[in-house]
Design a protein around this ligand. Structure first.
Ligand SMILES: Nc1ncnc2c1ncn2[C@@H]1O[C@H](COP(=O)(O)OP(=O)(O)OP(=O)(O)O)[C@@H](O)[C@H]1O
Length: 521
């Protein structure tokens, strides 16, 4: 959680900042509205703005809207000045916090913002039962293993467990074991001393120390090299870590959550994963059902992303037609929630008016169709036809799928799970109406016919072969930019990196990362 304080807060900046920092927030400060806008423009990053009520909040919020920066704003002023509070709320502030700052109030606001950006939207009994189990497990310090297919919400679930735990006031730190090369992962996890290796110009603390007293998520743990598995096991058993280049162990108190989309038991049997580490981490296991196994979640999640991306793109209210909803419900969601999220993002950008109909629903299978297929019917000025087009086709960075920036003004007070505030399961039965069924069937038939010729050319090739060509071609098309390529392919950046690593290991030539990604690729 990153908090940006704007103004002097009547001299209470230090007190407010300290309270927020104690709750795990990273706090930055600027005196003026222009300073705040500059910081947000420069992607300095913030999840919440706390602004002095004496500043021109209306101008600030108007500027945010004009520049499509979506971030909740909370006003602060001395005492319970009702007139100032009303002015601030009318100007668009989410809340009014009286000064001097009250620790509980600030904590509640921070918690609400954190929940809002990582809330689990669901109504299906299968997912509700999983959440109940996670909530039961959360208060203990036991390690948790979260399993589920790619994009089912494993990281969201880890954050949920942290929020519901006794450590919720402390840091939640996530490390993606698959995205970091093995030689860097050790230093990322355990830190290093100055001079420990070439390039270690200063001491750096690792994620274990960063998460001290809090929760450490080891995402995609199955990808960890056996040598590091041994070091991790020692850290868990001894509750201490050794920074690289140091002979002084450091005590750490960390609750571990691990995720894997591979079958770890099978990895243990195959000798790829240490059995002792598996049992250490798998004290509790939470298995997230795939979207296919919880169809009742589809309408609610679809509406959630529709609202989110309409807001993020400043496009006003949008509403899914029954036909469009039926189409979503009939689709086989291979890419799970992430695929549904990307589909809704595209739908928001493609739809012209308030209604989002079937013509705006570009399912991934359709997007991957070869030339001459239904894909060719996408208007040439549409953002999907050319995702990197100029202003009209620009997908703002703030709204990149999988990397939401800001939290969108949904209002506080949303619970960790269950319907979002004001949300309700949509009235979209499979037998909604015959015209909807006919539209969906016609669309499916059109797609099948249109892609027939292209598909014939693929016969005789293996799925892995075609997949590799598709991935490498898309990456070349995106000038090596992993983020754009993953978005177009409808897969996570992590999955893309794993695939690219595999192709590299097989001796294939893999396009180098785009300029903006070199640091992280
Ligand atoms: N129930 C849900 N409600 C709202 N958003 C969700 C839900 N489940 C998943 N998402 C969204 O889907 C995307 C994927 O979620 P997440 O990263 O938690 O999945 P994952 O299983 O960890 O993915 P991977 O297997 O790639 O690591 C995120 O943008 C997340 O916010």
């Amino acid at each position: 959680m990153r908090l940006l304080i704007v103004g002097t807060l009547e001299g209470y900046i230090t007190a407010a900042g300290k309270i927020a920092m104690k709750r795990g927030a990273k706090v930055s400060h600027t005196d003026s509205i222009e300073g705040a806008l500059n910081a947000l423009r420069a992607a300095a990053g913030a999840d919440l703005v706390m602004i002095d009520v004496k500043l021109d909040i209306a101008t600030f919020i108007d500027s945010l809207k004009a520049e499509r920066i979506t971030i909740p704003v909370v006003a602060c002023g001395i005492g319970t000045d009702a007139a100032a509070a009303v002015r601030a709320i009318r100007a668009g502030a989410k809340e009014y916090l009286p000064l001097p700052p009250n620790a509980e109030l600030i904590a509640a606001v921070l918690e609400a913002v954190a929940e809002e950006s990582h809330s689990i939207v669901c109504s299906d009994p299968a997912m509700l039962a999983t959440l109940r189990l996670a909530e039961q497990v959360a208060p203990s310090d036991a390690s948790v293993m979260i399993t589920g297919e790619s994009g089912t919400g494993k990281e969201l679930m880890a954050r949920f467990i942290h929020r519901k735990s006794r450590r919720s006031g402390e840091s939640f730190v996530a490390v993606n074991c698959a995205a970091i090369p093995e030689n860097l992962l050790e230093s990322e996890l355990f830190g290093h001393e100055k001079g420990a290796f070439t390039g270690a110009v200063a001491r750096r603390l690792g994620k274990f120390e960063e998460a001290n007293n809090g929760t450490l998520l080891l995402d995609e743990l199955s990808e960890m090299h056996p040598r590091l598995q041994a070091k991790l096991l020692r850290a868990i058993q001894e509750k201490e870590i050794d920074r690289i280049g140091s002979s002084q162990p450091v005590k750490v108190n960390v609750r571990l959550i691990a995720t894997s989309n591979r079958n770890l038991e099978a990895e243990v049997s195959a000798g790829n994963f240490r059995e002792d580490l598996y049992f250490r981490l798998n004290v509790f296991s939470v298995a997230i059902p795939s979207l296919r196994e919880r169809p009742a979640d589809i309408p609610m999640i679809a509406e959630h992303f529709l609202k989110k991306y309409a807001e993020a793109n400043g496009l006003g209210d949008k509403r899914l037609t029954d036909d469009a909803m039926l189409m979503l419900q009939s689709h086989h969601w291979r890419g799970n929630v992430r695929e549904l999220e990307n589909t809704m993002h595209r739908a928001v950008l493609l739809s012209r008016g308030e209604e989002v109909g079937p013509e705006a629903i570009m399912l991934t299978s359709k997007l991957l169709a070869p030339e001459g297929s239904a894909q060719a019917s996408i208007p040439s000025d549409s953002p999907v036809a050319n995702p990197f087009a100029g202003p009209a086709g620009t997908v703002p960075a703030a709204a990149t799928p999988g990397q939401p920036q800001g939290t969108g003004p949904h209002g506080y007070g949303q619970t960790g799970y269950g319907p979002p505030k004001g949300g309700k399961p949509g009235p979209y039965g499979m037998a909604a109406n015959s015209s909807a069924a006919a539209t969906a069937a016609a669309t499916a038939a059109a797609n099948a016919g249109a892609t027939g010729a292209g598909l014939a050319a693929l016969i005789g090739r293996t799925v892995a072969d075609v997949e590799r060509d598709l991935i490498l071609e898309t990456l070349t098309h995106c000038l090596g930019n992993r983020t754009h390529a993953a978005n177009i392919l409808g897969i996570s950046i992590r999955t893309l990196r794993n695939k690219l690593k595999q192709y590299g290991d097989e001796g294939r030539s893999v396009p180098t990362p785009g300029n903006d990604e070199r640091a992280t690729a």
